[in-house]
Design a protein around this ligand. Structure first.
Ligand code: FE2
Length: 379
């Protein structure tokens, strides 16, 4: 969804990607949660998402309820079961609340299905056409890591609020947006020695190319380590870093995630803003909790990253981290886990030219995460 000239530069980097699967952007992210109604309230009140659509008993759906929220190009679907057994219940029982679907917007969901399943992608949903008075949508899907799936959404002939079966959701309660624009990247945590397998999956089945890799020399502290590779689709709109744990003296944050999630899954959703100071100020005011780095981080940060447009004082006050690469710099900040289990969290990111992921902040950040793990007794 980023259509500035930085994504043009990215296109050059990944000219080796065979784009048999053109992706227009992230269509939506669906979480299976224990109480969709209350989760929706949280994403409205704390995160500034706007009510968009609803499906449930009132729309003829008997087994589940879904609330759809939107902030600029980011769409979240929150789904809870209405019956005692079924796939949503099983997912929640095993994983706690978490991301089930990373839906990708395509021109042709039937072709997306054929291209990916013929390259070894495991089918989750054969192409189906759904229609209502607003037009038609074609959807298909494949499995990815853990129990997470990708659904391809073809919506060129649809002008309803979200998807067929959903009605407009129009409550009076509408806290303002906090300025989130689009999903910058979504990170998956996978098990020991599985990173390369899943990077190959994205390369072979979905035509992605590898942008960057980090090994345990880049990403380690005194105690814990992880490895990471960033996979991107051909036009650079979709970026999926994949993490696996690496050996350290104590349990890494990735292992903690895998233990509590009972397997691989989405670790964080990075959401972009074009004014991180304003966005984070709003989020904090509304109760979103962030990791903090020690104040001494700011003593030397400008020596590392050079000149930046922002004053350092508000960045320090809010705990916003800074990193630089060859193309520019970025500002970023990570929340604490937003669920009961120490699993998924969000990253707030503002790119000022940089196309990387904040490698220079990893050490300070992981030490902050370890302080949290320590308090949970899971380090
Ligand atoms: Fe990230």
């Amino acid at each position: 969804m980023a259509t500035d000239n930085s994504s043009l530069q990215l296109e050059k980097i990944i000219d080796s990607a065979d784009d048999f699967l053109p992706l227009l952007g992230t269509d939506y992210v669906e979480l299976y949660v224990g109480n969709a109604k209350q989760a929706a309230h949280y994403y409205q009140s704390a995160w500034g998402f706007q009510p968009l659509a609803y499906a449930g008993l009132e729309t003829g759906v008997k087994d589940r309820v879904s609330y759809v929220l939107q902030q600029d190009k980011i769409r979240l679907v929150l789904t809870s079961p209405l019956e005692k057994d079924g796939p949503v219940n099983e997912h929640i029982n095993k994983h706690g609340d978490g991301v089930k679907v990373v839906a990708l917007w395509v021109d042709d969901a039937t072709k997306a299905y054929q291209e990916t399943t013929s390259r070894g992608g495991e089918s989750y949903m054969e192409p189906v056409t759904q229609e209502d008075e607003h037009g038609k949508v074609v959807m298909s899907g494949i499995h990815t890591y853990g129990e997470t799936v990708h659904i391809f959404v073809e919506r060129g002939e649809y002008n309803g609020p979200f998807l067929p079966g959903y009605k407009e959701w129009n409550p009076e309660f509408r806290p303002s947006s906090v300025g989130l624009k689009f999903i910058d990247h979504m990170v998956g945590n996978v098990g020991w020695n599985e990173m390369n397998k899943w990077c190959e999956f994205y390369a072979k089945v979905m035509g992605f190319a590898q942008l960057i890799s980090f090994d345990d020399n880049d990403i380690s502290t005194e105690y814990t380590a992880l490895m990471s590779k960033v996979m991107s689709n051909g036009n650079g709109r979709i970026k999926f870093p994949i993490n696996e744990p690496a050996d350290g003296r104590k349990k890494s944050q990735i292992e903690e995630y895998i233990d509590f999630y009972n397997g691989a899954g989405v670790q964080h959703i990075a959401v972009a803003t074009d004014n991180i100071i304003e966005t984070v100020t709003q989020l904090k005011k509304r109760g979103v909790e962030f990791l903090y780095v020690p104040d001494n981080y700011y003593d030397t940060v400008l020596d590392r990253v050079g000149e930046i447009d922002e004053d350092l004082a508000p960045l320090q006050e809010l705990g916003i981290l800074i990193d630089r690469d060859d193309e520019g710099y970025l500002l970023q900040l990570f929340t604490k886990p937003v669920l009961d289990r120490p699993t998924m969290f969000f990253e707030i990111i503002q790119r000022k030219g940089a196309q990387s992921f904040g490698k220079g902040n990893f050490k300070a950040l992981f030490e902050a995460i370890e302080r949290e793990q320590e308090s949970r007794g899971t380090l």
